[in-house]
Design a protein around this ligand. Structure first.
Ligand code: TRP
Length: 345
C-alpha cells in the first residue's frame, strides 16, 4: 500500500477517495438506515477508503445513561459489521478512542463564528426539545462534526438532508482555514448515493423513518423479531383506495411498494403487477414476510458476533489504531500551522 500525499499529509491508500460518515448510537438502526444507507455502503468498500465513526462524543450533548450508551455504541458497531461492512476494509471505530477529534474540534472552534452556529437549525430544534439542558456542547456540536470530517481529509460524506447544513458549515470552516494557512484540508462534498432510497415512517408516511421516533410502530428496527415486524406492517397507515399503485398521492402504499421492491430486488412495476387486484391486508403480509427474510441473516450474524467478544474487541483495537494514525497526520499539520511548538522526540 503506497501512501499518497494529500494536502501535505501523508495519506493513503492507493489514491482512493475517502468517505467519512458518523453515526450516533441513540436509538437502534432502522430498516430505513439499512435500505437507505448501510446496504449501499457495503458496495463502496473497494472503490473508496471508508471511515464510519460511532460518534459517542456527540452523544453526550444530551444526557445519557452511561451503561446504556456503552451498550448501544457497541451494538451499533456490531450491527454495521453484521450488515455486511467488512471491518478490515472499512474503518469502523469509536470517536472517543481517537483524541484528535476533540483536539481538532477545539482549534476549529476558534475559526467558527457564534453567528454561524446560532443559525444551525438542528441546534434550534434540539435546544427547544431539551430546554433544560442547552449546554455549550450542543451549540458547538457542528464544529466537532467538522473536525470528524476534516481530520481524515474526506472527499465525500454520505449525509441525510438534516445534516446538509452541517456539511455546508464544515466546508466554510475548511475554506476559511485554508485561505489563512494554505491547503490544509480537503473540502468535502456530500455523497449522493446512486440508488438512494428514502424509507418513510409506517405511521406518518410523509415523514422519514427515524431511529428516535416516539412511536415504536413507526419504525422497523433491524433487531425486531418476526412477529413484531409483521405486526408493525399490518398496522402501517395506508389509504382507503385499495389499489396497489406507486403514486405520490398514496404515500403509505408507495412506501410499502418501495420497501418490498428493495427487500426482494424486484422493480417497482413488477411489484405493481404482482399485486394487481390484491387487497391491502394481503399485500402488507407479503411486505412483512419480505422484510423478515431480508433481515434474518443480518440478525443471525449479529447474534453470532455479539457472542464473539474477542473478535469484536480485536476489530475495535485495530481500527482505533488505524484511525488514530491518519487523524494524527492531519492534526499535527494543523497544530504546526497555527503555531503550536514542535514536539521534542
Ligand atoms: N451529526 C450526524 C447525525 O446526527 C452524525 C455525525 C457526526 C456525522 N459526525 C459526522 C455525520 C461526520 C457525517 C460526518 O446524523
Amino acid at each position: 500500500m503506497l501512501p499518497v500525499k494529500k494536502n501535505g499529509c501523508e495519506f493513503m491508500l492507493d489514491g482512493k477517495k475517502i468517505i467519512f460518515s458518523g453515526m450516533q448510537a441513540t436509538g437502534t438502526l432502522t430498516l430505513g438506515n439499512y435500505l437507505g444507507a448501510l446496504k449501499n455502503w457495503v458496495q463502496l468498500e473497494n472503490e473508496y477508503e471508508c471511515f464510519y465513526c460511532v460518534v459517542d462524543l456527540h452523544s453526550i450533548t444530551v444526557r445519557q445513561d452511561p451503561a446504556e450508551l456503552r451498550k448501544r455504541a457497541r451494538a451499533l458497531l456490531t450491527l454495521y459489521i453484521a450488515a455486511g461492512l467488512n471491518p478490515e476494509k472499512n474503518c469502523i471505530y469509536y470517536q472517543s478512542h481517537v483524541s484528535a477529534h476533540a483536539e481538532l474540534s477545539w482549534i476549529l472552534g476558534c475559526f467558527t463564528y457564534m453567528g454561524e452556529l446560532s443559525r444551525m437549525t438542528q441546534f434550534k430544534d434540539k435546544a427547544a426539545k431539551h430546554s433544560g439542558n442547552i449546554n455549550a456542547g450542543l451549540f458547538t456540536y457542528p464544529v466537532l462534526m467538522a473536525a470528524d470530517i476534516l481530520l481524515f481529509q474526506s472527499d465525500l460524506v454520505p449525509v441525510g438532508d438534516d445534516q446538509k447544513q452541517h456539511l455546508e458549515l464544515t466546508r466554510d470552516i475548511a475554506g476559511r482555514f485554508n485561505s489563512i494557512y494554505g491547503d490544509v484540508f480537503t473540502i468535502p462534498e456530500p455523497y449522493i448515493a446512486k440508488q438512494g432510497a428514502r424509507i418513510m415512517s409506517l405511521q406518518e408516511p410523509t415523514k422519514k423513518m427515524s431511529k428516535t421516533d416516539e412511536n415504536p410502530n413507526a419504525s422497523i428496527y433491524l433487531l425486531d423479531d418476526p412477529d413484531t415486524i409483521m405486526r408493525k406492517f399490518k398496522r402501517a397507515v395506508t389509504d382507503s383506495d385499495n389499489r396497489i399503485i406507486y403514486s405520490d398521492e398514496k404515500p403509505g402504499i408507495k412506501n410499502l411498494i418501495e420497501i418490498y421492491a428493495l427487500s426482494t430486488g424486484k422493480g417497482i412495476e413488477e411489484v405493481e403487477k404482482e399485486f394487481d387486484g390484491v387487497g391491502y391486508g394481503e399485500f402488507k403480509m407479503a411486505v412483512g414476510e419480505a422484510v423478515i427474510s431480508l433481515l434474518k441473516p443480518l440478525q443471525e450474524r449479529f447474534r453470532e458476533l455479539e457472542k464473539d467478544k474477542a473478535y469484536i474487541d480485536g476489530i475495535i483495537k485495530a481500527n482505533a489504531e488505524k484511525a488514530n494514525y491518519y487523524a494524527n497526520k492531519t492534526l499535527r499539520k494543523v497544530q504546526k500551522k497555527v503555531g503550536f511548538p514542535e514536539r521534542i522526540r
